[in-house]
Design a binder for this molecule. Structure first.
Ligand code: SIN
Length: 285
């Protein structure tokens, strides 16, 4: 256990994702193995471990192997309360649980920030018998599948995104617990529509169906809106997704720089209790 030679990698049969075996995340982890896990995260975009049992402190420690905690921006809330605790509860039953039990549209976390999150780590403690699956889509593949002419057209465009925890666009249905909603709109940051992954150099179609708001760089706004709608549909095609059927004891880490994720609704009367930390990001380029 926890030796390089014991590490197993089982890629999913989907557009991204791999199960990692031969690892007990609760036991000491040699540095070279942590380095390998980071490389696997960058390669597969979603990595997961089954049957784990870790404390909240260990959860935070593992998350920080992949990058630092997010340093919050004043009045630019992300999912969580106003103090942005290091680990939040995502649950439809716990009193401090966030996100409720409904369907969540495809999105990247904190895409509206100057430095959107690099990733997140989620730990499943109670899992519903049905529903509540989470799916991630591959935005590198989404970019690669665009026609050449369209790639040329969008090369230098920028995109802004709405903060759903601020101002009049606040989505209170996606709050819960002690979620902080800022009274005023967040400042607007336009990021490259095609961003480059800082670790792998791959191009990413940086479009979030839930948050992307406006394209900058096309004078005709009607044309810009139509193009954004087309791209939102493009990134939401089934073949770009990996759907994760959760089991209690799962720990899953995703790369928010090149994936959208969405969640199925949780059926009434079923319990779901998850814990999540986020990994701070850098300014997209
Ligand atoms: C999220 O959208 O960040 C949470 C997804 C989930 O509850 O599975």
């Amino acid at each position: 256990m926890n030796r390089l030679q014991d590490l197993g990698i089982k890629p999913t049969q989907s557009a991204l994702g791999a199960e990692i075996t031969g690892i007990d995340l609760n036991q000491p982890m040699p540095g070279e193995l942590i380095h390998r896990l980071i490389k696997l995260w960058e390669k597969y975009h979603v990595i997961f471990f089954r049957g784990q049992s870790v404390s909240p402190e260990r959860h935070i420690q593992i998350s920080q192997w992949f990058g630092p905690r997010h340093a919050g921006y004043e009045n630019m809330p992300i999912l969580g309360d106003s103090t942005q605790p290091e680990m939040i509860t995502i649950s439809n039953v716990e009193s401090d649980g966030l996100l409720g039990g409904g369907y969540i549209e495809p999105h990247q976390d904190g895409v509206y920030l100057p430095t959107p999150l690099a990733g997140a780590m989620m730990r499943a403690v109670e899992v519903p018998e049905s529903g509540g699956d989470t799916s991630w889509s591959n935005l590198i593949l989404a970019y690669q599948e665009l026609p050449v002419m369209l790639k040329r057209k969008i090369r230098n465009l920028r995109v802004t995104a709405t903060n759903i925890y601020a101002g009049k666009t606040s989505r209170t249905d996606l709050g819960g617990g002690k979620q902080f909603f800022a009274p005023d709109e967040s400042p607007v940051y336009a990021h490259p529509l095609v961003r480059v992954h800082p670790a792998t150099g791959k191009r990413i179609l940086w479009v979030s169906p839930l948050n992307s708001e406006r394209l900058e760089g096309i004078r005709n706004q009607v044309e810009a809106n139509e193009l954004l709608d087309t791209l939102k549909k493009h990134v939401d095609q089934d073949h770009l997704y990996y759907r994760h059927r959760w089991e209690a004891g799962d720990i899953l880490i995703w790369d928010n720089r090149c994936c959208n994720h969405k969640r199925d609704a949780i059926p009434e009367g079923q319990r779901r209790v998850f814990y999540r930390t986020v990994i701070g990001g850098s300014r997209p380029f």
